[in-house]
Design a binder for this molecule. Structure first.
Ligand SMILES: [Zn+2]
Length: 386
């Protein structure tokens, strides 16, 4: 037996294998139903795990089949640390490895969610029960938050916050290769539509072409996108951005189209509100006609937790103690951390795994890194903050 195989008996590895074997694919707005496309089964597993270890649990399903699991450890400390990870994964179609097999090859455990972000969840759960097992070691109250729907609408985190979630600081588990992401961008996505009037394509003058009507809007948006990239950059995050990622319109080539729709992706800087970003676009197009804008279907704020805040300082120290090198950086992707930080819980992003492996056909995680994440979080939980 080699040393990697020995690791498979570690609680964090067994936990991760169990979590990967329970599919929790986010339907991402598609009309997909059934147990695979729900967080319910994996939430049940987490709930049972917490209860088995004597941790108080609350399960809140804000939509049927989309539950959040909250675990509370009160050791009478002044300070509560939230350990958060999402329960959902992206879809597993086209994967080149068994998405729900949790196969281990060498140091890697394979499967959908292994890296994004069941690895973080396993590390957080194992760290918590490890600290509790060594009675008296926990120096902070612990809030475990395993939430639904991060990959699509961040609605699990939003509902948790709306329901009064409280903690003094937090770590949102995402694959950061054990680096601290203390700032990231936000994102807002919405549709813009133009309307026309259908006619036979042989008589285009009898109709109004909705695709032509979209053209001037697109040119304005392209200019706006250029202007955003020319703004003064945030130190860690660069500039805000805008991209039109999809366009659809028309029913057939022989019909003048009466509908055209584009989907806009706008990345915001911390402190920039999604509604303000949309308002700027509305103003920009105000003199054009025959168009309207949808409500946002995704809206998440960015975050910027100060370098000197207790969670950044103390997590850095713990990473340094375990790996010898702590890196603090920014990221362009949005996470649940923006929602907690905006709600007054300074939350950084940290976890095992490489973001480049997330959502891929060969998604996997390094077991060595998973175990380091567990050790780092144990250190955070068992050390007084400075
Ligand atoms: Zn994730």
């Amino acid at each position: 037996m080699d040393s990697a195989a020995d690791h498979t008996t570690e609680p964090a590895v067994r936990l991760l294998a169990d979590l990967v074997r329970i599919p929790s694919v986010n339907p991402m707005g598609r009309a997909l139903t059934g147990a695979v496309h729900s967080e319910a089964a994996v939430a049940e597993y987490v709930e049972a795990y917490l209860r088995k270890h004597g941790i108080d649990v609350q399960v809140a399903a804000y939509t049927p089949g989309r539950p959040n699991v909250l675990g509370f450890v009160d050791v009478g400390a002044a300070h509560t640390v939230m350990l958060e990870a999402h329960l959902d994964t992206v879809h597993a179609e086209g994967m080149k490895v068994d998405p729900f097999g949790a196969d281990i090859v060498g140091d890697d455990l394979f499967g959908r969610g292994s890296c994004d972000t069941k690895g973080s969840l396993a590390a957080f759960l194992a760290a918590t029960t490890g600290v509790l097992r060594r009675h008296g070691e926990a120096r902070h109250n612990i809030l475990i938050a395993a939430v639904a729907d991060e990959e699509y609408q961040f609605s699990g985190a939003r509902h948790a916050v709306a329901a009064g979630l409280r903690a003094d600081c937090g770590i949102a588990g995402e694959p950061t290769n054990l680096r601290i992401v203390r700032a990231h961008k936000g994102v807002v996505r919405w549709f813009l539509r133009t309307a026309g009037r259908a006619a036979h394509a042989a008589y285009p003058d009898r109709g109004e072409n909705a695709i032509y009507r979209m053209a001037p809007l697109l040119l304005r948006l392209e200019e706006h996108a250029q202007a955003l990239l020319a703004q003064p950059p945030h130190k860690l995050l660069g500039t805000p951005s805008l991209s039109v990622g999809r366009i659809e319109g028309g029913q057939a080539v022989n019909i003048v189209p009466d509908q055209c729709r584009i989907e806009v992706d706008r990345r915001t800087l911390p402190g920039e509100l999604p509604e303000d970003a949309m308002h700027a676009v509305r103003e920009l197009l105000a003199d054009l006609q025959h168009w309207d804008m949808s409500e946002p279907h995704v809206a998440a704020k960015g975050m910027d937790v100060p370098e000197e805040s207790p969670i950044v300082r103390n997590l850095s120290r713990a990473i340094h103690a375990v790996t010898g090198n702590a890196v603090v950086e920014g990221a362009s992707y949005a996470t649940d951390a923006g929602i907690y930080t905006s709600a007054g819980i300074p939350t950084v992003v940290f976890g095992p795994g490489d973001i480049a492996d997330a959502h891929t056909a060969h998604e996997h995680i390094s077991i060595a890194e998973l175990l380091k994440a567990e050790a780092i979080v144990q250190k955070v939980l068992s050390t007084d903050f400075t």
